[in-house]
Design a protein around this ligand. Structure first.
Ligand SMILES: Nc1ncnc2c1ncn2[C@@H]1O[C@H](COP(=O)(O)OP(=O)(O)O)[C@@H](O)[C@H]1O
Ligand SMILES: O=P(O)(O)OC[C@H]1O[C@](O)(COP(=O)(O)O)[C@@H](O)[C@@H]1O
Ligand SMILES: [Mg+2]
Length: 358
């Protein structure tokens, strides 16, 4: 029987989205031939709400393995309001169900992060046939050891740290590099270790600025004329950790900071007397071609999702656990974040290496 498969990409883009889309499509065509039709929903849930989609053909999926971004477009649609009818009077859940029906979909594949999986779960509970695929450079999706996009971002952030090293050494400076990751510090931890950062500050491990400065001074005493501090976007100090998110973000805004990085740089310069600079690679970490690792992972995940479509196993999301591709039930993973746990081996490695975690 013919199947119509919808695909959307939602949330922040990342390298490997197109490789995953290609993995799904090629495997579907290979397994089902003319018995499958693929519908591309444009710009994530925004397109699903507004009925923006297009019929895809085999040719659309050629030559996109190495392409960054997403050929379908993506968007962050205000989420907490998903079930709330706002001024535009659109019942978003009803609208999404209508598009699914109008496009005559048999199932819908949602490529995205934590937010995307919440709506994916919601749609599944509303009776749609949904399969999730875990994308994000943050690597913070519950139930999977890794997400596609993460390792490419690690490679990019590591190169940033490498390049900062040579200029830091030449100028005898402290360099603070802000690495993406608002809630989870995986990207900072991995690239910090890979790039040989001296101090790594993570959202999961609130820092004490005095300890950060002590680490810089300790290095200087032992003959290092520079220090590299890898700061996660979501890093916070011990005082902020005692407050609610809303409270400390307001306090920071008042002081003129959005992230902790500039504040750390200013304090380090003042307390240690060492010249300090900030580097923010920002969205570079999400751009460009996926690494070989992510191309393989994307192809594993995509082709597995195609198999799930064929056997009609819905209400699940694809995951990698102990090197095996599996599926988790959407309801078991939606609304959870995979943070760096207290006993994480890489934290122990960092400590053993004398890296300060602040
Ligand atoms: N709490 C939530 N409940 C329901 N849907 C959500 C929620 N958070 C996000 N979404 C939906 O998923 C989309 C992507 O979420 P976002 O957090 O921006 O990216 P990601 O999926 O990468 O985490 C949002 O635009 C919204 O449509
Ligand atoms: O591109 P935006 O909307 O500024 O978002 C930045 C955020 O998106 C990310 O790059 C990826 O997050 P998601 O995977 O949840 O979309 C975060 O690391 C970063 O905090
Ligand atoms: Mg998110």
């Amino acid at each position: 029987m013919k199947k119509r498969v919808g695909i959307l990409t939602s949330g922040g883009d990342c390298p490997g989205l197109n490789a995953t889309i290609r993995g799904v499509a090629k495997a579907l065509y290979a397994r089902m031939g003319d018995n499958v039709e693929i519908v591309g929903i444009l710009n994530g849930y925004h397109g699903l709400i507004n009925g923006e989609y297009r019929e895809m053909c085999e040719d659309d999926f050629r030559g996109i393995l190495t392409l960054g971004g997403t050929i379908l477009g993506t968007k962050r649609t205000p989420f907490k309001l998903m079930r709330v009818v706002e001024d535009d009077k659109i019942d978003k859940v009803a609208a999404m169900k209508k598009t699914y029906k109008d496009a005559k979909l048999d199932c819908l594949l949602c490529l995205g992060g934590n937010g995307t999986h919440k709506t994916a779960n919601l749609l599944s509970q509303e009776g749609l046939n949904i399969i999730g695929l875990p994308k994000t450079i943050d690597n913070d999706i519950y139930g999977t050891d890794v997400t596609f996009g993460f390792h490419t971002a690690v490679d990019i952030a590591t190169e940033v740290i490498d390049r900062i090293h040579t200029t830091a050494g030449s100028h005898s400076r402290v360099m603070c590099i802000e690495i993406m990751g608002n809630k989870a510090g995986w990207l900072t931890l991995y690239s910090g270790i890979a790039g040989g950062a001296d101090i790594i500050l993570l959202p999961e491990q609130p820092y004490d600025i005095d300890r950060v400065c002590e680490a810089v001074e300790r290095r200087a005493k032992r003959g290092s004329n520079f220090s590299i501090i890898a700061v996660a976007e979501g890093a916070m100090n011990v005082d902020e950790a005692k407050l609610k998110r809303k409270e400390w973000t307001a306090k920071r805004a008042e002081a003129g900071y959005t992230t902790a990085t500039n504040r750390i740089a200013a304090a380090v310069q003042k307390k240690t007397g060492m010249e300090t600079r900030v580097c923010i690679p920002g969205h570079m970490q999400r751009g460009g071609s996926p690494s070989a690792y992510d191309r393989v992972l994307a192809t594993q995940f995509g082709s597995y999702a195609a198999k799930l479509v064929e056997i009609e196993q819905y209400g699940v999301t694809v995951a990698l656990v102990n090197n095996h591709v599996i599926s988790n039930r959407l309801e078991d993973i939606a609304g959870k974040t995979r943070n760096i746990p207290e006993g994480c081996e890489l934290l122990t490695v960092a400590k053993r290496m004398g890296i300060s975690l602040g």
